[in-house]
Design a binder for this molecule. Structure first.
Ligand SMILES: Cc1cc2nc3c(=O)[nH]c(=O)nc-3n(C[C@H](O)[C@H](O)[C@H](O)COP(=O)(O)OP(=O)(O)OC[C@H]3O[C@@H](n4cnc5c(N)ncnc54)[C@H](O)[C@@H]3O)c2cc1C
Length: 380
């Protein structure tokens, strides 16, 4: 039996980032995943790191603060696997010109003429250029994050907690962190209603120089060191019959044989931004990212809903019960619902969660498990 301070379930951006943070704090950490490192949504991600423009609100403030932190973090961690060339945001229905202009982030407007002076392959588009944007290689990043942790391939079916320790086959640990993405949670967390949103990324070879990332409804990256570039989007929800993700998208009957049509659509959307010459599709990746209705990610202690309500039934009528009086699963934390920005939020959330666990630093309400708990308790 091998004993660790922390055992983390899930080796995606969430799990790898919290594992990295804790290992930097001299904790012994093991990470387990049934699919390998970055075998879920994280391996499929385009891994674009882009600002979220628009009038300031609490969500885009979180994203933009996280972006600043994460770009600096990755620059130190993986200087050779991050390309920081900025992003051109082309207006669409969700982000019209007003929204792209009306924000505190510095931008330059590029009209068609300016773009076509940069490359004759740009279509008749214009857009807003934000210089602090990047793209990274997600598998390389996750592998690097786990450099000082042990990793095991395991499909964890249940958690067993005895004498103050969690046991998973031949591993044991005082603390567990669930970083399971769209998979069913290993403990009941009814207030965290995760929806899977499916997406596709394709890596292509092209002789066209793409000087910076482009984003409209989909994203096109600048050329990477390995001679490819990525085109990606996540936009399709599971139908309601299939809300539970029991496997990765690659093996899910819902998505088998959907690549061809989806690839065509992505290439068509990319072609509306820039003409990619001598195009060859090298690889396609499928994945489902985890999102909750509010779009905010969720981190913190895992609250035991049933027992908290049993202990304080008046919560349901709106009585304010302090968070310390709720019932929690012992030494069990979660980090999930990173949405479409798992690589932007990962390092930032890991720092906040890690400091909460080790030093009792507060987690802001918006991203806490407690917020979701109270919301559900008071509305059902
Ligand atoms: C096509 C696509 C494009 C994307 N593009 C971007 C982008 O450009 N920028 C960006 O920042 N984000 C992007 N995202 C979102 C990003 O990928 C996710 O937010 C992020 O990967 C979520 O990380 P995670 O660790 O929470 O989940 P995951 O990466 O899914 O990791 C969860 C892991 O837990 C494992 N697991 C679960 N339960 C168990 C169990 N019981 N036992 C063992 N293992 C278990 C799974 O196998 C899985 O590997 C994209 C997503 C997709 C699908």
């Amino acid at each position: 039996m091998k004993t660790y301070d922390f055992l983390i379930i899930g080796a995606g951006s969430a799990g790898c980032n919290i594992a990295h943070f804790l290992s930097q704090e001299d904790k012994s950490v093991a990470v387990v995943d049934r699919e390998g490192i970055a075998g879920g949504a994280s391996g499929a991600a385009g891994a674009f790191l882009s600002p979220l423009p628009g009038k300031q609100n609490s969500y885009n403030t979180l994203v933009n603060d996280a972006l600043k932190y994460s770009i600096d973090f990755y620059k130190k961690l993986i200087p050779n696997a991050i390309d920081i060339h900025g992003v051109l945001r082309v207006p669409n229905d969700n982000f019209n010109q007003k929204k792209l202009q009306d924000n505190g982030i510095r931008y330059d407007f590029y009209d068609t003429k300016k773009l076509q002076n940069i490359s004759k392959n740009f279509r008749e588009i214009n857009g807003y250029f934000y210089k602090d944007a990047a793209v990274l290689e997600p598998k390389t990043t996750c592998n690097k994050l786990l450099e000082n942790c042990d990793f095991y391939i395991k499909d964890v079916k249940a958690l067993s907690f005895k004498n103050g320790l969690y046991e998973i086959e031949d591993l044991q640990a005082k603390n567990i962190i669930l970083a399971q993405g769209v998979s069913n949670s290993l403990v009941e967390l009814p207030y965290m209603k995760i929806s899977p949103v499916f997406g596709l990324r394709i890596d292509v070879k092209t002789t066209t120089n793409v000087p910076f990332n482009l984003h409209k409804s989909i994203s096109v990256s600048s050329n990477k060191n390995d001679g490819t570039l990525s085109i990606g989007a996540t936009q399709e929800r599971h139908d309601t019959q299939q809300m539970e993700c029991l496997t990765t998208c690659d093996k899910c009957s819902f998505y088998v044989n959907t690549d061809e049509q989806q690839t065509k659509t992505l290439l068509k959307q990319a072609d509306e931004l820039i003409k990619l010459e001598n195009l060859e599709v090298v690889k396609t990746y499928k994945g489902a990212r985890a999102t909750i209705k509010s779009y905010f990610p969720v981190i913190g202690k895992a609250i035991d809903y049933e027992n908290s309500i049993k202990k304080h039934p008046s919560i349901k009528k709106g009585t304010k019960i302090p968070v310390q009086e709720l019932e929690y699963y012992p030494n069990l934390h979660v980090i999930n619902a990173l949405g479409s920005r798992g690589f932007v939020l990962g390092p930032y959330l890991a720092k906040i969660l890690g400091e909460n666990i080790l030093y009792d630093r507060e987690i802001s309400k918006e991203i806490s498990t407690q917020k979701l708990f109270y919301k559900m308790a008071r509305t059902t």
